[in-house]
Design a protein around this ligand. Structure first.
Ligand code: FAD
Length: 318
């Protein structure tokens, strides 16, 4: 069976969930070979093997932390030369998409970004994307070179599938560009204790209907009762009620959770672009004609100041 390279997103050896989802998808195409780089790379091996990696290629070097993405591209290119894979899969994070684009350029390959599903096809892996502000769903394959595909978080289940997970050291020679841009400082964001917006299984979002920064406490309370991340429409962000890092939509983040709850959000096309691939969509809006109701699985016509606290109390009793 053909091998499929999977770029491992990890923090000091702790593998992040989007990578485990990639392993589920990689198994549909071939045998997953994981590439883990930087501090703690070898510590990822057991988890990756539990989720189907037949091989784990590791390389630890200070360059991965000290410089921007080019050292990682050098390593993936080295892994590509070593393995000749059927595809390279990378999580659709900001960094992941830059790595994938640079790698595809180097390999002279086609690239597909923000896939939401992946299956085997006669002409190589077939990726499903949601395009034109989620107005269409397309299926496509790469016709030139090794397909490089980035996949959005929450596009597949995490499925244990024990495999050999043979650990091999990857030999990497860094290119002249690798040390071109040095990281001089990292400022960690203040933690809210909530999951990362793009990776969360549940997202609770508020819009202009929330009517003030202080009222976002209602949205946060529902989110916390569900272990969810908090999102916001651009109207709420532009009004200064919630940080831009939480904006969902065309000019914000793209999310694809199992459950998306929109409160006081009308459902403008630019908002839909960032959440329409959510598996189940619930909206609370006092206007029965609001466009958001065209795409919901469950809709509540009502005042969010009545409905959302009731929902929070109900969730807490379960
Ligand atoms: P509104 O459209 O004003 O809707 C508020 C809703 O709240 C209404 O439906 C109302 O009935 C309801 N409501 C009011 N009070 C209550 C209450 N008490 N209880 C229940 N419901 C209530 N938008 C984004 O969200 N993300 C983006 O990334 C984004 N990018 C954009 C990019 C461009 C280039 C442009 C032009 C626009 C972009 N927008 C984006 C803006 C977008 O067009 C909308 O203006 C925005 O999404 C509206 O936000 P909203 O739904 O919160 O506000």
């Amino acid at each position: 069976m053909a091998e499929v390279l999977v770029y491992v997103d990890h923090v000091d050896g702790a593998v992040r969930k989007p990578t485990l989802e990639l392993l589920t998808l990689a198994r549909r195409i071939g045998d997953p070979v994981a590439v883990a780089l930087g501090s703690g790379a070898a510590d990822t091996a057991a988890t990756l093997a539990e989720h189907g990696a037949v091989k784990v290629l590791t390389h630890e070097a200070a360059e991965y932390a000290d410089y921007l993405v080019v050292p990682k591209v050098d390593a993936l290119q080295a892994a590509h030369e070593a393995v000749s894979p059927a595809a390279v899969l990378v999580p659709s994070s900001t960094e992941g998409k830059e790595i994938a684009a640079r790698l595809a350029l180097r390999l002279g390959s086609g690239i597909i970004t923000d896939a939401v599903d992946l299956e085997a096809g006669d002409k190589g892996p077939v990726a499903t994307q949601s395009v034109f502000a989620a107005a269409f769903t397309t299926k496509s394959h790469v016709s030139k070179g090794t397909p490089v595909i980035t996949v959005k978080p929450n596009s597949a289940a995490v499925e244990p599938a024990p495999a050999a997970g043979v650990v091999e050291a990857l030999s990497v020679s860094f290119s002249a560009q690798a040390t071109g841009t040095k990281v001089t400082a990292r400022t960690p964001r203040e933690s809210t204790g909530r999951p990362e917006l793009t990776e969360a299984a549940i997202v609770v979002s508020g819009g202009r209907g929330v009517n003030g920064a202080e009222n976002f406490a209602i949205i946060e309370a529902l989110a916390d009762s569900l272990g969810a991340a908090v999102g916001a429409s651009r109207a709420a962000v532009d009004a200064g009620w919630y940080p831009h890092t939480n904006q969902v939509g065309q000019t914000g983040k793209s999310v694809s959770p199992q459950l998306y709850i929109a409160s006081g959000i009308s459902g403008a096309i630019q908002h839909r672009a960032g959440m329409q691939t959510s598996k189940t969509i619930v909206a609370v809006n006092k206007d029965a004609e609001a466009p958001i109701f065209e795409l919901v699985d469950y809709g509540v016509v009502g005042d969010l100041f009545d409905v959302v606290p009731q929902l929070t109390e109900e969730v807490k009793t379960r």
